[in-house]
Design a protein around this ligand. Structure first.
Ligand SMILES: NC(=O)c1ccc[n+]([C@@H]2O[C@H](COP(=O)([O-])OP(=O)(O)OC[C@H]3O[C@@H](n4cnc5c(N)ncnc54)[C@H](OP(=O)(O)O)[C@@H]3O)[C@@H](O)[C@H]2O)c1
Length: 323
């Protein structure tokens, strides 16, 4: 694995170039502010009547309608939600300059064919491995967030240099840029979302909480045990790695983890994880995401309402004084 940092990167690929950021959400806000503070000429492209226009301008950014921003730019970054990339790309394609660079922060829409970029375009990915809020706060603290970078299409011979200079300008090369591909990033990211951190972990916490409550433990104690300690292990793993984390917990916790961990996460879990990965690679999730958007996000809205009224959520609110 090659990890590139500031000293390895030539910023000149972005010198004198104008960058259009499409979308001013989680990533769009952070990336456009970091670019501006790095001295890059940046314009935020927003749809007519967008509520984000005032916010972006108050932050000192230039804004324009999406098509005007695209027509004025050498580098166009797609930072609207993934499920609208297909529609958004078809709207902007006629306005993209010949030989412009088209950038993404997630490989999904190119890997699964939602976007098929024109042959004259450079197509690159710069995917920070974390939320935009942290990307921005790390940058302002003089630090950076690790990112994956890739080139899908190198029409001008400059795509790689632009990706790296972009990663440097948003501060990620302070932490490190790792070479990847659209396919690798998209498949690993979608797998993790379903099977590990965002899908697996919350369900494990809920199952543990419900098991303790069904066994007669009070919801408050069940919550503090099963959910309340999560940030402690996350911080320890971040600081010391998994083996290092095990060395600083008590022998009681370490033996419990040894005996219980592999009993819960057994071969059945690994088999289902492999199924999830195969489904992701076959494009099943990309199809689900497309139909979810078409339905007006019905499944997501229903799941959000159910999660808000679940017993574990009521316990959280009581414990944290949020009622
Ligand atoms: N969330 C993260 O931290 C994160 C981390 C790594 C990579 N990524 C990737 O970064 C990209 C952006 O994700 P995000 O979470 O930052 O997106 P987001 O916050 O959901 O994006 C919201 C922005 O997109 C605009 N938008 C929404 N629908 C639009 C439409 N139909 N036409 C034009 N603009 C539209 C919104 O416009 P208005 O302001 O007008 O509402 C808003 O400015 C994705 O590819 C994602 O996978 C995200």
């Amino acid at each position: 694995m090659e990890m590139l940092r500031d000293a390895d990167i030539d910023p000149s690929a972005l010198a004198g170039k104008r960058v259009a950021i499409l979308g001013y959400g989680n990533q769009g806000r952070a990336q456009s502010l970091n670019l501006k503070d790095s001295g890059i000429d940046v314009v935020v492209g927003l749809r007519g009547g967008s509520g984000s226009t005032m916010e972006a301008e108050a932050a000192g950014l230039e804004t324009a309608l999406i098509e005007d921003a695209v027509a004025s730019a050498d580098v166009v970054m797609m930072l609207a939600p993934d499920e609208i990339h297909a529609t958004l790309y078809s709207e902007i394609e006629p306005h993209l300059r010949d030989g412009a660079a088209l950038g993404f922060s997630h490989g999904l829409s190119v890997r699964f064919g939602l976007v098929k970029p024109r042959a004259d375009l450079d197509v690159f990915m710069l995917a920070p491995k974390g939320p935009g809020t942290a990307l921005r706060s790390l940058y302002t603290e003089g630090k950076g967030m690790i990112a994956l970078w890739a080139v899908e299409q190198d029409a001008t011979g400059q795509a790689g240099a632009i990706a790296l200079a972009y990663g440097q300008a948003i501060g990620c090369a302070r932490a490190g840029l790792i070479a990847s591909s659209f396919a690798e990033e998209a498949e690993a990211d979608l797998f993790n979302e379903q099977a590990v951190v965002w899908g697996g972990v919350p369900e494990l916490l809920i199952a543990g909480f419900e098991t303790l409550v069904a066994g007669g433990i009070s919801p408050e104690v069940a919550y503090l045990e099963c959910v309340g300690e999560l940030h402690l292990i996350a911080e320890l793993i971040e600081a010391r790695g998994i083996a290092g984390m095990k060395e600083v917990i008590s022998n009681t916790a370490e033996l419990g983890a040894l005996l219980g961990g592999r009993r819960i996460i057994d071969d059945g879990v690994r088999r289902r994880m492999a199924e999830v990965l195969a489904e992701v690679r076959a494009g099943r999730f990309a199809e689900e995401l497309r139909s979810e958007e078409e339905s007006g996000y019905q499944r997501l809205e229903k799941a959000r309402a159910e999660a808000r009224s679940a017993a574990i959520e009521k316990t959280y609110r009581r414990l944290r004084g949020r009622d």
